[in-house]
Write a protein that binds this ligand. Structure first.
Ligand SMILES: CC(C)(COP(=O)(O)OP(=O)(O)OC[C@H]1O[C@@H](n2cnc3c(N)ncnc32)[C@H](O)[C@@H]1OP(=O)(O)O)[C@@H](O)C(=O)NCCC(=O)NCCS
Length: 132
């Protein structure tokens, strides 16, 4: 499927921040991986990079639109790649791609991508400037 050209790019952009396996507990009622689980992995993978950049606590303030290109089977290696797009006063925009390796056939493919925005916060949950 070549929706939005996402499948045309053959290699991941950004750094690998999280890698895991899709498990039976992460499925929807029909046996494929639940989109919300994938979004959660993206949020975590982006936060790992964002908190490095912010040197401390961050929270997610916004998520851009995303498209799920293909179903994720159980037992696939799920890799989250994150790349800094822009750093503002307190905000950090990160582009996140999710790639899977399907061990049934060895196929590697991008399954989704999206922009997540994190904000650096202090211990009281108030925004703090990111040092650049
Ligand atoms: C994140 C939070 C601390 C921001 O507080 P705020 O009073 O709105 O702060 P500001 O208006 O100063 O915005 C902070 C930064 O976020 C950016 N921002 C705010 N809303 C945004 C949005 N919808 N899209 C993109 N960026 C946004 C602002 O542009 C600003 O960037 P900058 O500092 O680089 O210029 C507050 O909204 C919050 O606690 N939200 C809940 C976060 C959370 O719990 N997330 C987990 C999901 S449940």
């Amino acid at each position: 499927m070549a929706m939005h050209g996402l499948d045309d790019d053959p290699t991941p952009n950004g750094e690998l921040t999280l890698q895991t396996l899709s498990m039976p507990a992460d499925t929807n009622p029909y046996g494929d991986i639940f989109g919300g689980w994938l979004m959660s992995q993206m949020d975590i993978g982006g936060a790992i990079l964002a908190q490095d950049i912010a040197r401390g606590r961050v929270t997610t303030v916004a998520v851009g639109s995303m498209v799920f290109l293909r179903p994720v089977p159980i037992g696939a290696t799920v890799s989250v790649y994150a790349e800094q797009v822009e750093v503002g006063r307190s905000s950090i925009r990160i582009m996140i791609e999710v790639w899977i390796k399907d061990h049934r056939n060895g196929e590697v493919a991008k399954v989704t991508e999206g922009e997540f925005v994190y904000v650096a916060i202090d211990d009281n949950g108030r925004t703090r400037p990111v040092q650049r």
